[in-house]
Design a binder for this molecule. Sequence first.
Ligand code: S3P
Length: 432
Amino acid sequence: MSVRSICPSKGLKGEINIPGDKSISHRSIMLGSIAQGTTEITHFLKGADCLSTISCFRKMGIEIEEKPDCILVHGKGLRGLTPPSEVLDVGNSGTTTRLLSGILAGQNFSSALSGDKSLNSRPMARIMTPLNNMGADITSLNHNNCAPLCINPGTLRGIHYQSPVASAQVKSAVLLAGLYADGETSVTEPALSRNHTELMLQNFGAYVVSTMHSNKSATAQIAPCTELYGQQIFVPGDISSAAYFIAAGLLVPHSEILVKNVGTNFTRAGFLKVCEAMGASLTLLNQSFEGGEGRADILVKSGSLKGTAIEGDIIPSLIDEIPMIAVMAACAEGTTVIRDAAELKVKETNRIDTVTENLRAMGASVTPTEDGMIIEGGARLKGARIKSYLDHRIAMSFAVAGLAASGETVIEDSQCADVSYPDFFTSLESLH
Ligand code: S3P
């Protein structure tokens, strides 16, 4: 087991270049592989999850070159994948599993995919149901609606799917299968989830329409496609990774950090809105747009925070940042209530449980609820031994908590940060 010791900080100063967005990096490999021609990806995230995606497509005959400055994906077109000779290993990556299932559902060969213990216990009925409704043949090997999954060839028809959850992974799986269907496919979700798939599919030449409804639900629709075409992609920094440094800058007194090249797509930027509601001092600089994705540098200065309510349609836009927000809430004045976030239970760990356990270990007052948690702020956190349970976001959020706590904090299994941020601890140390 790798452990990291974190000591209280007297002030963090400097600049951080945020590594590439995990969601966009996955999608760039996937669409690049099923497009015609070469896709050049700059600022790709070489985290373990995205490397799992690369390895799966290599096993289906796609040449993917790792150059010093970019990744080159030599796509073979919508029908160019070849049957893998072994089970596709998706590691810890839910995004690889669910999006890849959508693509595999449209192939004329059989395949199987499987991941680590955590991945193989996460719910897959959420994609099996709509994909099988489209005519796919996906089964759970252990009959528990989890991976390992077997995917056999089927003829896909376009459907309208009313998703019970706001999940970009579900939406994307259905849209990607829709590329191979015989008619239009659409997905309506109860609130808009991240829209990177829709934006990137459009850039690659697919016909995709997104509609917001007055009740805050959202529909994405795709027409079947004959070919996608390779693109140049510059991946913005991952706002989910930036969140640790923004929080660190806010929580550690006497800090000033410039967090550079942060993706600011509005479907991902709920964390910035919550920071504002908590009274944070953030300044967005050098704002720009590329491929439909916004980016900015964010200047953070420490200051006191106040509790807030986080609920409703903002939740999908900050779902991965809730562990970090919970730590901020424990250090803020007043109460923070998080609702409508039952999806936390089906992430790499049940994050309602793992956040509650670790915040309590640091002396905070937290009440877990069915769909979130209530956090009473105000007391200074105490250093503690943190159980990451191999969940990267728990390890990194509590490393930041350790900087603002009194005494030493130890993060168990800290290497799990590699899933989304291989240099996280080095970057954190560089600010001391
Ligand atoms: C992701 C979507 C989110 C998020 C995950 C990445 C994606 O999951 O939690 O880390 O890249 O589409 P859900 O779609 O299940 O909410």
